[in-house]
Design a protein around this ligand. Sequence first.
Ligand SMILES: Cc1cc2nc3c(=O)[nH]c(=O)nc-3n(C[C@H](O)[C@H](O)[C@H](O)COP(=O)(O)OP(=O)(O)OC[C@H]3O[C@@H](n4cnc5c(N)ncnc54)[C@H](O)[C@@H]3O)c2cc1C
Length: 386
Amino acid sequence: MDTTTTPHSGRDYNEMTDAAFRAEVRDWVQKNYPEELRFPLNRLHHKDSKVWYDLLSEKGWLAPNWPREHGGMGLGPAKRVIYIEELERHGCTRVNDQGVIMLGPLLIDYGTQAQRDYFLPKIHTGEHIWAQGYSEPNAGSDLASLRTEAVRDGDEWVINGQKIWTSLGNDANWIYLLARTDKSAKNQEGISFFLVPTDTPGVEVRPILTLTRTDDFCEVFFDDVRVPLDALVGELNSGWTIAKALLGFERIFVGSPAQSSLALSRLEDVARETGSWEDSAFRDRYMLLALELADHVSLYESFVDKLKSGEKIGPDVSLLKINQTELYQRIAMEAMELVGDAAGYVAPQDSEVNTSALWVHTLQTTIYGGTSEVQRGIVAKNVLGL
Ligand SMILES: Cc1cc2nc3c(=O)[nH]c(=O)nc-3n(C[C@H](O)[C@H](O)[C@H](O)COP(=O)(O)OP(=O)(O)OC[C@H]3O[C@@H](n4cnc5c(N)ncnc54)[C@H](O)[C@@H]3O)c2cc1C
């Protein structure tokens, strides 16, 4: 294991050629990434992915998206794409990264100096693990109708309400959330952004057991939860603008072909196990899926090229997510057909090829980050002008 590099070496990776940077990332990942964590099918809990979080943190590679003065790698778009491609290629797990991807950049742009000084180092070290508290039972796609509210009482905010579908909320010791602070304002205008430790009296985190028998979602209840005034990020009632400002760059990565590509290789494994690999009718269907994947790869690459050249990513990026997640589903469905009755059996998560877990996972992808229906609405309105 490489222990020679000091945390955040202060290097400017943007000065390297793309090829040299790619080679360095590939080499380090190959030498250091724990073999047993390659290509996990499910989102891992922090206790299982912590080893990778710590390695990235020690290396100074936890936050490719943060400026170097805040301990990040400060990568420009082209280098960031390479970094993500190399980690995906090797099958690296996603760490518990809400602090890194969402909160850190948001504090850098909208937080006070005191908030940056306090929170950013603790994200780096993993002392603070964050969860995202946006969705509510009646506010998902229509997030702006959220009802959790925060009312000022002297030197404190008092928060009441409920969040749901909080990914890995049971691993987090902090949650960032959107709450209504002005009921008389128009929906999006009366929302503010807060930071809350999950051990505050009145916060209750309840895991939800999913179809795959994992507990990677939670409900989070807030019952007269009192937090100091500086738990507010940015201006009062500007939470919506703050939360939306971040969604730009990351949007192309939910369209990455990595998931479909892995699923296709799993489909081949299943076909070989069940004997269908020799069946020409199956091979026709397999080839069609492989061709669809090749199409998707070129669509994805056209967006990556735009990103690398600094072009703005438009609303047509929604096509990427629709295309990838629905192809991913078709591939998993083909595997379900192959295993037949056995598909109903949810085998242990560490099973080599767990078709029903794969299938259930594909369903999630058409929901998070904007459902397929909502993405189609965006394409209809903002791309086709309908
Ligand atoms: C894997 C996963 C992880 C998640 N992690 C988090 C998290 O960490 N934190 C968090 O806050 N939330 C999280 N979510 C929640 C996610 O953001 C919501 O599930 C999503 O926004 C959809 O909201 P909803 O579930 O309330 O469904 P709804 O919005 O109620 O939608 C129900 C159905 O109606 C359709 N629909 C809704 N509006 C329209 C429309 N305008 N036009 C056409 N059809 C429409 C939808 O497409 C869907 O089929 C996660 C979800 C998943 C699946």
